[in-house]
Design a protein around this ligand. Structure first.
Ligand code: BGC
Length: 826
């Protein structure tokens, strides 16, 4: 028989090796390896180097990065675009919910679909590489980019990252796991040294990257920061030992934007590509010529790039691109916004609202009227449209609805009156002229491409804190000019930059970008003020100096409370503005929103708060607000999803992927040496006790625990059975919907340490989960597989089983554990 040839030992070893390699990182199309090598042989040294660093795109679509390719050999141009919540180019794309909302779904399949939307759109919009998923773990509750992450737990993040990578790459776009590694906050991000012990790296910060590699991710982005003294972008330990030797990563590593610090040392350590330009890598040719760098090192890097281009079919001539499918994108965006919404609190079952509530509903807050679809920085996406929650509520309420709105917090103000100003304005190269006000909007705009400076003084009519706003044309991120406001010698507002300015993510009602800050002014005392504005060519320059006076602020608060007092129920939309480039100064809601919530809740006992935040906020008003719905930054379809959930058209099925602390001091990173660090060093002294592991180990009561999320129905748990399976555990139990509505539950399996843990271990660590949707009365037996890895810890360079009697907990959150069973682990 043909099948009888017996296998030699060597055959078996070879087959097993191949199988392991496939499991570790689905290999590229090795059949083409010879072709890739032949191609490499035809490249000149200069051509090779041109494949290893970014360049200016002569036909930019507004994306982040570009490689010119080598047209004479059929190596195409390569365009690389952000990012984690959708494709960021000049054209509009589907703005998906913030990744943290995706994480809240605990649904790897939704992560795959999220990725597929971006993958298809990226290809359709002319991109080849996507700079996503963001694979870093939430460590610091106020970190600027928390909204871009997949939460604080490594097992959850790993599952979601793997799903997303498969989704993106399944559409033919190359995904990038970023930012490798230990890039967990923005303060001094370009240089801070994250000092992390190896066990913590392996158990907390690396598993999601490892999962991305196992899912076949084509590229990895090295982070800005240092890790244990060495820049991540030139760390042989990270880039070669772990990534290539341990995980068998077959793709290429690019640096974050301007995160490359050297040429030869970086390449030698394992960095393959400098982005976005060749400041360091352009010199590699000379290094090879002069013998400082082996030509084979360049070949290795180029081969890694070419192998991936080949794997994604980019070397065989122009690859057809799909058409955009905005409807499909919108459907997925909506579904994920619904699925990731977390009902934090629902006393009195105030939510969902009923018809009577809709007939007298007060809606309060700026983000009710101006949707906050996404966070800021490189993850900002320009959707074609985004409805406001207020409009969606009115639409869904229909003719019987009576819904009124008040801003509660005024973010926009009014133009600073001439009576408070003494100004001269000077056009670039021109002579100064007197100016009464700075209010050049609409028909009154200044000519395109011009530059102006206003100098003089500002005098307040009464002493107090004034929110001074500088407002300009274009709306982020399309505005290419710049506008700045300096008050009393301090730069108070700056409009223009995607990262680094202080523009609000919420435009003015007229669509102007809105930046600024609070300044204390004394009545009658003139304060020097300067405004500098440069318009983009082709667009009239709009610029306005506005303020929110103390009186105006009080008035907005009073109006909101009055509106709520006369309503049957009140909804307050509250927000924070997560953005790359800056951490939040405080965990509190900004802009006096706490006072507004207090005032509204005092005026109406039936008050619900809807949060549009990317991460935890403090809630001093918690006990006075019966219901809280966390919608995150819900993407372009967020308004419809929000209204649907508030009105009971769907069950909020999400669970918190991050712990919400009661007080900032309770966070594991509260000591300054841990965050923001001292002398440029942040000591990750909490070790593996990140997120809920810290709160549980130290018996600190969180405001809302990891994994928490209510439903409009109730679930009962029972029938736990645990058995050994495949080196890990198989955990089965039954979940029953005991309420009267259909609902979604995410059942969570946590694992306790052995009685005498070999290393410090948290009381419980997430070991598996299952999301299930049940009809009223429906009961489902679920089986969750706990992998062997979940039973191990990292010690002395390897994974070691933490054997002995261990407790398996099953429940509805990390602090709502319903079932437990001890198992002998060996
Ligand atoms: C960010 C990256 C991003 C890159 C390109 C950097 O500032 O850290 O996440 O992909 O810019 O926009």
């Amino acid at each position: 028989m043909a099948l009888t040839r017996s296998l030699t030992r060597r055959d078996v070893a070879r087959l097993l090796g191949a199988a392991l390699a496939v499991a570790a990182a689905p290999a590229p199309r090795l059949t083409r390896r010879a072709d890739v090598d032949a191609l490499l042989g035809q490249l000149t040294l200069e051509e090779k180097i041109s494949l290893l660093h970014g360049a200016r795109d002569p036909a930019s679509r507004g994306q982040a990065g570009y490689l010119p390719g080598v047209p004479r050999l059929g190596i195409p141009e390569v365009r690389l675009a952000d990012g984690p919540a959708g494709v960021r180019v000049t054209a509009s794309a589907t703005a998906l919910p913030a990744p943290v909302a995706l994480a809240a779904t605990f649904a790897p399949d939704l992560a795959r679909r999220f990725g597929a939307v971006i993958g298809r759109e990226g290809r359709a919009l002319g991109m080849d590489v996507l700079l996503s998923p963001m694979t870093n773990i939430v460590r610091v509750p106020q970190a600027g980019r928390n909204f871009e992450t997949l939460g604080e737990d490594p097992l959850l993040a790993a599952a979601m990252v793997a799903g997303e990578v498969r989704g993106i790459q399944g559409e033919g776009l190359i995904a990038t796991a970023k930012h490798y590694a230990a890039n967990n906050f923005e303060h001094d991000r370009q240089s801070v040294d994250a000092q992390v012990d190896e066990r913590t790296l392996r158990e907390i910060y690396l598993p999601a990257f490892e999962a991305a590699v196992a899912a076949g991710v084509g590229s990895v982005m090295a982070a800005y920061n240092r890790v244990n003294g060495v820049y991540a972008a030139e760390s042989a330990y990270l880039l070669t030992e772990i990534l290539r030797d341990d995980w068998r990563f077959a793709g290429w590593v690019m640096s974050d934007w301007s995160a490359t610090h050297s040429g030869v040392p970086a390449v030698t350590a394992g960095l393959d590509m400098e982005m976005p330009s060749g400041v360091n890598f352009a010199g590699l040719a000379a290094a090879v010529t002069s013998g400082k760098l082996a030509g084979s090192a360049v070949d290795t890097a180029v081969r890694r790039v070419l192998v991936q281009l080949d794997r994604f079919g980019l070397l065989g001539g122009p690859r057809p691109r799909p058409a955009l499918d905005p409807r499909a994108g919108a459907r997925t965006a909506r579904e994920i916004a619904l699925a990731g919404a977390v009902l934090l609190r629902n006393e009195l079952d105030l939510l969902p609202l009923d018809r009577a509530d809709l007939a007298g509903l007060a809606v309060i807050g700026p983000t009710a009227a101006h949707p906050l679809a996404g966070g800021g920085g490189s993850a900002r996406v320009l959707p074609a449209r985004a409805e406001s929650p207020l409009d969606a509520l009115r639409r869904q309420a229909g003719p019987g609805g009576r819904i009124s709105w008040a801003t509660g917090v005024d973010l926009e103000g009014v133009p600073v009156p001439a009576s408070a100003l003494s100004l001269r304005r000077t056009p670039r190269g021109g002579t100064p002229q007197a100016a009464a006000q700075v209010d050049h909007t609409g028909a009154n705009a200044l000519p395109p491409g011009t530059s102006w400076t206003w100098t003089g003084t500002l005098t307040a009519p009464e002493t107090g804190d004034y929110d001074l706003r500088i407002q300009g044309a274009g709306g982020v991120p399309a505005f290419n000019g710049s506008i700045s406001l300096t008050v009393g010698g301090v730069r108070t507002g700056s409009v223009g930059a995607l990262i680094g300015g202080n523009s609000s993510l919420i435009a003015t009602s007229g669509g102007l970008t809105n930046a600024g800050g609070v300044v204390h002014l004394e009545s009658g005392r003139p304060t020097p003020i300067t405004i500098a504005a440069t318009g983009a060519p082709g667009t009239p320059l709009q610029v306005r100096l506005a303020w929110i006076t103390p009186r105006r602020r009080q008035q907005a608060l009073r109006e909101a409370a009055a509106l709520a007092a006369g309503a049957r129920a009140a909804l307050v939309f509250a927000f924070n503005e997560g953005t790359e480039g800056a951490d939040r100064a405080s965990l509190a809601l900004p802009k006096g929103q706490d006072a507004v919530i207090e005032a509204v809740a005092a005026a109406n006992a039936r008050t619900a708060v809807v949060l549009n935040t990317g991460d935890p906020v403090l809630m001093p008003w918690l006990e006075r607000v019966p219901s809280i719905l966390q919608m995150w930054y819900p993407g372009q379809e967020g308004a419809d999803a929000t209204a649907t959930l508030l009105l009971g058209g769907a069950d909020p099925g999400g669970k918190l992927p991050v712990t919400f602390p009661r007080r900032a001091e309770d966070a594991p990173t509260a000591p300054a040496e841990r965050y923001p660090g001292e002398g440029g060093v942040a000591v990750y002294g909490e070790g593996v006790f990140v997120g809920y592991r810290h709160y549980d180990a130290n018996d600190v009561e969180p405001l809302f625990p990891f994994g928490h999320g209510l439903s409009y129905t109730r679930f009962a748990y029972g029938g736990l059975s645990v058995r050994a399976a495949d080196g890990g555990l198989s955990v089965s139990f039954t979940v029953t919907n005991t309420g009267r509505r259909e609902g979604t539950e995410v059942a969570q399996v946590y694992l306790g340490p052995p009685p005498r843990p070999p290393v410090p271990m948290p009381p419980r660590a997430l070991a598996g989960f299952a999301r299930v949707r049940l009809w009223p009365g429906e009961r489902r037996r679920l089986t969750v597989t706990v992998s062997r890895r979940a039973l191990q810890y990292w010690s002395d360079g390897r994974w070691v089983l933490a054997g002995g009697r261990r407790t398996v907990h099953v429940g509805s959150s990390s602090r709502d554990l319903r079932l437990r069973q001890e198992v002998a682990v060996r």
